[in-house]
Design a protein around this ligand. Structure first.
Ligand SMILES: [Zn+2]
Length: 165
């Protein structure tokens, strides 16, 4: 039998760090695809056929315009899942506090802090990755400076493609 303390403790620590790990893997795949001029998400061509939109940047990874269009929804869903997992993590911390007593009152607090740091850190890091990559591409003459500030990446990219700048 698994020791319940071990299970809860590993959930407390494992859930957020597991998410970071998964994220790292998907980024690694995206970078590899980008290296082959492919969309970091779907692995299709960066300039999707039937679309005049150029690729967009997501977390420093190049994605095709259909992916950019669907990404807003996807991101919203992902953030909800992360929030749900954070609640699970905090909830298990509270359960620990109730069952174990003593110093375990700190468990839900720790889980909450951990989630907040990861959440805020991820958002800040996403913005930074985008700025860095956009600066590189601008220097290489591949992309347009307005992309530096996101969130309407797709529309900015379209405007730039239409005006040919
Ligand atoms: Zn794509």
């Amino acid at each position: 039998m698994l020791d319940p303390v071990t299970v809860v403790a590993s959930m407390l620590l494992g859930v957020p760090f597991g998410l970071v790990g998964l994220h790292g893997i998907s980024r690694w795949i995206g970078k590899r695809r980008n290296g082959q001029e492919l969309c970091g998400h779907c692995g299709g061509p960066l300039y999707a056929s039937g679309s005049r939109d150029g690729p967009a940047l997501l977390e420093g990874i190049h994605i095709c315009s259909p992916c950019a269009a669907s990404n807003t929804n996807r991101l919203r869903r992902a953030l909800r899942i992360v929030a749900g997992l954070a609640l699970v993590s905090i909830g298990s911390g509270i359960a620990m506090a109730v069952v174990m007593g003593g110093i375990w009152w700190a468990a839900p607090l720790f889980a909450g802090m951990e989630s907040a740091v990861l959440y805020g850190g991820t958002l800040a890091w996403m913005k930074r990755a985008n700025r860095k990559r956009a600066a590189e591409l601008t220097a290489a003459g591949e992309i347009w400076a307005p992309l530096l500030c996101t969130p309407t990446v797709a529309s900015v990219a379209r405007t730039a493609a239409e005006t040919g700048t």
